[in-house]
Design a protein around this ligand. Structure first.
Ligand SMILES: *Cc1c(COP(=O)(O)O)cnc(C)c1O
Length: 399
């Protein structure tokens, strides 16, 4: 049977690989040779699992959303990554990578961040492990995500505003890679999603795979079967989606729905729907779909959600979309906003703006009453309150 997991060369079909400058070649090669033996070792697993349980608060609950289910005529379970320490799934990955960095003898941590959620998760694990941490963040995002900047600083991280390009996530990533090139031997680069050169996409997917590992036994307890009919998740770079589908990816009976950010509409010129609008290119060390002009200039993506406006997509997702293993839906800003207010009023859960895109997929799928749907709520919405408040009137909610 064909597998959708990474092959021995670091590719998912035609996507992936490791396109790095000469100076990083040895560092990336060393990581490639070290990550699996370390991650699979008993001592790593013990330390990682203990931290996931006692520090991050796992397992995250699998919650049967009664009123939401009634509304969409199927059985909807929410995988509650919003309940994790620091408020999203990103802590699963940051904890794993910092443990790996320690075992590789690295003395310094760098990271990139867009909305600041990965920066906060990285700053958190660096405080925990007493490691110096520098977070690269576009100057525009520093202004937009003030609270997360203050959180990172309080945690002891240095936040480095990036003034190049559009001063957003892509530019922050370029700058982090530049730093890595200058300090390849003592610095570990904690990438926040299933992007970057191999082995990062596979490494991040494995560290997030705790999500689908838990869904399997939790669903078995509640429904008497491990496999749902549908898995739904939002995709920025693709890490919460990769974690949600990891243990199901080769089970053809489980349908996968990925929600990418449509922005103001896929053909509006203001979108982050990379799978639908992207073309083959190389971005941040990986061969994948990217939003680019015909001569290869990166087109700045747009989404109401800062966590989804990345101009690339993880090679895992580029491949499953191309192979028709997943259905990809673009959810526009207004559809995501509506879905966020709906979940809040039906279930008392304020989702992250990113997660609201996954919820926005619900009205677009024709479910049967017996269908079991697991939808990952990747994070909580506290950070998005200003966005929600400024749009509540268009949703007809005035009180
Ligand atoms: C960062 C983030 C995302 C997008 O990143 P993925 O790697 O695609 O998961 C989605 N939801 C939340 C809450 C985030 O913080």
């Amino acid at each position: 049977m064909k597998s959708f997991q990474v092959d021995e060369n670091g590719y998912y079909g035609e996507f992936g690989g490791a396109y790095v400058p000469e100076i990083l070649y040895k560092t990336v090669e060393d990581l490639k040779n070290a990550y699996l033996p370390i991650i699979e070792s008993e001592s790593f697993q013990k330390e990682y699992r203990d931290l996931l349980r006692d520090y991050a608060g796992r397992p995250s609950s699998l919650y049967y959303a009664n009123r939401l289910s009634e509304k969409y005529g199927c059985k909807i379970y929410l995988k509650r990554e919003d309940l994790n320490h620091t408020g999203a799934h990103k802590i699963n990955n940051a904890l794993g990578q910092v443990l790996l960095a320690k075992r590789l003898g690295k003395k310094r941590i760098i990271a990139e961040t867009g909305a600041g959620q990965h920066g906060v998760a990285t700053a958190t694990v660096c405080a925990l492990m007493n490691l110096p941490c520098r977070v690269y963040m576009g100057a525009t995002d520093v202004k937009r995500q003030h609270v997360n900047v203050e959180r990172m600083k309080m945690l002891g991280a240095e936040v480095f505003p990036v003034e190049s390009g559009n001063k957003t996530l892509k530019d922050a990533t370029n700058e982090a890679i530049r730093d890595w090139c200058c300090h390849p031997s003592d610095t570990f680069y904690i990438i926040g999603s299933t992007v970057g050169p191999h082995p990062y996409p596979d490494m991040v997917a494995r560290l997030q795979s705790v999500i689908s590992e838990e869904i399997k036994w939790q669903l078995k307890e509640k429904e008497g079967r491990e496999n749902p009919d549908y898995l739904i998740a939002c995709v920025g770079g693709g890490s919460n989606a990769a974690g949600t589908i990891y243990h199901y990816i080769d089970d053809a009976d489980v349908k996968i729905v990925l929600a990418e950010a449509g922005g103001k509409g896929v053909d509006s010129g203001y979108t982050a729907a990379t799978i639908q609008k992207g073309t083959l290119g190389i971005l941040h060390g990986s061969r994948t779909l990217t939003m680019q002009t015909e001569d290869g200039q990166i087109v700045e993506p747009y989404s109401i959600s800062a966590g989804l406006d990345y101009p690339g997509i993880g090679p895992i997702h580029a491949n499953i979309a191309k192979q028709h293993r997943a259905t990809v839906l673009a959810i526009n800003d207004d559809e995501a906003l509506r879905a966020a207010f709906e979940l809040t009023r039906l279930e008392g859960i304020i989702p992250a703006m990113e997660s609201a895109h996954a919820l926005g997929a619900l009205p677009k799928v024709k479910f049967k009453p017996t269908d079991v749907v697991v939808l990952t709520v990747s994070g909580r919405g506290d950070k998005d309150l200003d966005t929600y408040l400024s749009h509540k009137d268009d949703k007809g909610i005035n009180d």
